[in-house]
Design a protein around this ligand. Sequence first.
Ligand code: ADP
Ligand code: MG
Length: 728
Amino acid sequence: MSQLRFNVVEAASKKQAVEVPSPNERPADYFGENVFNRSKMFKYLSEKAYERITDCIDNGTPLDRETADAVAEGMKKWAIERGATHYTHWFHPLTEGTAEKHDAFVEHDGKGGMVEEFSGKLLIQQEPDASSFPNGGIRNTFEARGYSAWDPSSPAFIVGDTLCIPTIFIAYTGESLDYKAPLLKALEAVNKAAVDVCHYFNPDVKKVYAYLGWEQEYFLVDEGLYAARPDLLLTGRTLMGHESSKNQQLEDHYFGAIPTRVLAFMKELEIEALKLGIPLKTRHNEVAPNQFELAPIFEECNLANDHNLLVMALMRKISRKHGFRVLLHEKPFKGINGSGKHNNWSLGTNTGILLMAPGKTPEENLRFITFIVNVLMAVYRHNGLLKASISSATNAHRLGANEAPPAIISSFLGTQLSNVLEHLEKSEPEDLALSGKQGMKLGIPRIPELLIDNTDRNRTSPFAFTGNRFEFRAVGSEANCASAMLALNAAVAEQLKIFKAEVDAKIAEGKETFAAILEVLRKDIKTCKPIHFDGNGYSEEWKAEAARRGLDCETSVPLIFDNYLKESSIRMFESTGVMNRKELEARNEVKWETYTKKIQIEARVLGDLAMNHIIPTATKYQTSLIDNVYKMKDLFPADKAATLSSRNLEIIEDIANRTNFIKEKVDAMVEARKVANKIENEREKAIAYHDTIVPMLEAIRYHIDKLELVVDDQIWTLPKYRELLFIR
Ligand code: ADP
Ligand code: MG
């Protein structure tokens, strides 16, 4: 092993767990201590201000200036008592991650001194000088600026010395420049549409919430080894590296004991997350070596999403304290599992009913089936769009690989639910007719109340029904969940509206309500059949079958993004008030541009590493072999020397061939980039990067990985997979 590599690997193995002082308090004592939640509001606000702000949060009542000032004052008092000196509007621009610009509370007092100030005006709206956030041309730098506006439905919190205020980020002309604004609109749309449908069953329902329970997968690598891999450092994934002889074959990592150093990291992460009111519950090893998962208890979607973004930021920060770097990239290592973020999603009413859970009475079960079928219809109509909502340059490495959801959206229902739907579809309408008032005869087979522990869980399905919710498993580990959640909730909102219109039309014709519902459901069950697939999503047969069914099977990410601009998508987003055509067009520009940039950076990094590390190292080794061959000639008669050197001669030739190939491909890649960079249209440019550059990256890597196997380990400069993947 090279001295350099030896030193970093040694240092990594000597790292000790950082002791986390176990707090004497119980989680219940510090849960939410860094959050300006209702109990803090109650304490720090006047009764009137408290009532107004909770009314605004619960019912969307507009906030007056006086209340905003009172809330700002209370928030400031609480924050300063907790040691905060600064505040920031915290928002989610169209990059993955969050943005913040900190301002101190201080203001001149007019008498040469300073006072700590924070007004309702500053709480409600800010103008971050944010012209360099991606905006897809909506906002020219010289034109209208964007501003951030307070989202009172997600509570303010303190990180370090800063009070963070969750905000949306929009252009002066009103278009959203972030993920939160359209997410909030989609949640409002699905609330309205679902409440209307709930009224067929229960007129008391006032509000429907969308819930999100995310499961976050991630890798940890030692910080020293990470620093010695420029590809990890600059792109978040290894662009080269031969498989370790042992990786996940033995499946000995999954649910195994968590290494002490990792446990110390998890412990501290949990404490900090709980203080921020994030209800973390589950932690375990994942399938791949060094891969782990954490999950909270599910929450209202907007809050859950803010919490996910916060957790990712916490993970980045806390991992460094423990000598680790967290990898949130979807596929940091070739040949072993990638990381996703399962989005468990459901709808529930203010009366405490989960709409995707079966009930006890036939009526409750009809409601259950109504919501299930409407979700399936929405996913069927917009399967391509939903795929676009989870697609990115990085997630592309994971989807369609043999351990991750396929790049085709379908839904797993399990035998019980499949049987119910089949029964409804196949029965004669008379059998399903409702008789009399007392005994409603729906002819629906009894649905077990608890489907939750569905034994026939299918891990290969990208959108699986899991008892009382759907699990959208194709979301990428570093993605902002809002992208998927706003598309899903908006699509379901549109579908529920269509459903209601159809049912109402039948009722207007004189049909009884439940009979009308059943009739529409039976039609929809037939229509959305192609989206239902309980088989093996990894199989080749499924790809062919899905294409026959007319599902979106596109695998090129730039082309998948076209789904956002299909007329059916634009109609859906516009009719639900979530986004308009102009916003969708602008956001796609950002998506294509980001795609191009990511591949461009990877191509540059790989080119540099190939020329500066790989070829020089391989050539050095080759030279030592050539030297050996010459010396053999001095020692032995020509014939014998040739025989004895045959292996070395082979390697010399092999290295020459591979290094020549690498050099040629790197040059060709530079040329191909020059050509692609001249393309002005962002979509076309992204397509060029996808079609020409990505295959070159793969071809170059192939030969580098082969060289890693033959070149002397002593002189190989980059830490290898076997070193990166096993934490000691
Ligand atoms: P899995 O078996 O899929 O790994 P986990 O227990 O790790 O399950 O995670 C399941 C996630 O789903 C948790 O975040 C949990 O809170 C969430 N969840 C459970 N029920 C619902 C629901 N009705 N709606 C949304 N999320 C839910
Ligand atoms: Mg899961």
